[in-house]
Unconditional design. Structure first.
Length: 447
């Protein structure tokens, strides 16, 4: 039954599982999302979280459903008028996905902040819609100190505003565009060098020759290039063109002296630029290694920074200045046996490197008094396979954004020189909030 349930879930969430994998879905299913105010904007946001299967949600709203609410909110009906808005919206949203648990709180966020501000600290993320500026500042302060993300959403007709507030957000899977493969052709590790040496292109049968992976082809001709250039890797455009010509000369010829159609060699020629990238620690990762949170590890240090510190230790020791091997290779023309053998060389090295990073993690956890199980093997492997793409995003607090002494005045003024800049809309929305604070109503509304 458990296996059948797993298969049904995989079928139900198939498309999104392809996007973010099992670990992404697990993170989604463990999330508890709080929505403040069941407005049309808020319920639409929640709908798009309920459908893919968040674990649970709670709606906070002390207002009753009005005729206007029923007219502009898809998740409120005429029969909902007079009922609590949080309860009515929760019931309709709950129908979208039986895997998701919904609840509601029939109270205003202002009352909760007055009587039990820590109530908001139980959630994974808080989404606030159409909140007053004074309430937003109080809520943002509570969540900021608890490291809980706050998503502020405002809509006025066709104009909308969204702001994410969190002190720090580490990103492991940043999915950069045009990421280069981690092939280590300029710095082959011993097992990879040994694998390359097992190939003898000059004495191969035609079938084997035309089904040798292009990675091996480049490695073999790179060794020949090194012998002719005192170990200098091709860097300039001319050098790379000369290297391509060297590979072309290796294509088999028929009895008439015409080159055979060897697609694997054409692949090698095509991939020279990307395959010969220099293996090094990116400057963005060096910056993370030099961050105070990486250098000063304590008992309160989050798992991400423990992992990053362990990664830094690995680079300085076992990695000999390099990050862990990623362990993946692209698809290519090759017979299954040769491809799998090459793939396994990279995979085994990736496992070995991850284990070495894991040893550093264990020592660090012990040194600061954290439990050994506080970082899972799955988290370790995920970070190692994405070690070249780590990012740390830090935001300004809402108090800094709104404060007279901390607001980015110069940036706002310079942005206003461009008539197409959206800063004008931002200022207008802020002005609307300030108008409401002074007059108790929105512009154009009745007092």
């Amino acid at each position: 039954m458990a296996q059948q349930g797993k298969l049904l879930k995989e079928q139900k969430y198939d498309r999104q599982l392809r996007l973010w994998g099992d670990h992404g879905q697990e993170a989604l299913e463990s999330a508890h999302v709080c929505l403040i105010n069941a407005t049309a904007t808020g319920t639409e946001i929640l709908k798009n979280l309920v459908l893919p299967g968040i674990g649970s949600f709670t709606i906070i709203d002390g207002k009753q459903v009005s005729g206007e609410d029923a007219g502009n909110n898809f998740f409120l009906q005429k029969s909902s008028i007079g009922k609590n808005r949080a309860q009515a919206a929760m019931e309709f949203l709950q129908e979208l996905n039986s895997d998701v648990s919904g609840s509601f709180v029939e109270e205003s966020p202002e009352n909760l902040l007055d009587n039990d501000p820590s109530f908001f600290c139980r959630f994974t993320v808080v989404v606030a819609t159409q909140l007053l500026e004074s309430t937003l500042l109080r809520l943002a302060d509570v969540l900021w100190n608890s490291q809980i993300p706050l998503l502020i959403c405002r809509t006025y007709g066709l104009v909308a505003y969204m702001r994410i507030i969190i002190k720090e957000h580490p990103v492991i899977e940043s999915h950069p565009d045009n990421a280069l493969e981690d092939l280590r052709l300029d710095k082959p590790f011993p097992e990879l060098r040994e694998h390359f040496q097992s190939y003898d292109l000059e004495h191969m049968e035609k079938k084997d020759h035309s089904h040798t992976p292009w990675i091996v082809i480049i490695a073999k001709y790179l060794a020949q290039w090194y012998s002719e250039t005192n170990g200098r890797i091709p860097k300039s455009y001319k050098e790379k063109e000369d290297f391509r010509d060297l590979i072309r000369q290796g294509i088999l010829k028929n009895e008439n002296g015409t080159p055979e159609d060897e697609e694997n060699f054409e692949e090698a020629i095509k991939n020279v630029n990307t395959a010969l990238n220099v293996t090094q620690v990116p400057s963005s990762i060096e910056d993370i290694f030099n961050d105070d949170r990486c250098i000063n590890i304590t008992k309160q240090t989050p798992p991400f920074w423990i992992l990053v510190r362990a990664l830094k230790e690995f680079v300085a020791k076992e990695g000999q200045g390099n990050l862990p091997v990623r362990g993946t290779i692209p698809d290519m023309i090759a017979d299954s046996s040769k491809y799998i053998k090459l793939q396994n060389v990279y995979r085994e090295k990736a496992k070995k490197d991850a284990a070495a990073v894991g040893n550093h993690v264990a020592k660090l956890l012990q040194s600061v008094g954290q439990a050994p199980e506080s970082i899972s093997e799955k988290e370790l492997k995920l970070l190692c396979s994405n070690s070249a793409f780590l990012r740390v995003v830090r935001c300004r607090s809402l108090a800094e954004e709104y404060g007279l002494d901390t607001v980015n005045k110069d940036e706002i003024i310079s942005s206003m020189d461009n008539p197409d800049n959206e800063i004008v809309l931002y200022l207008m929305l802020r002005a609307v909030d300030r108008f409401h604070k002074q007059h108790g109503r929105y512009p154009g509304g009745r007092g």
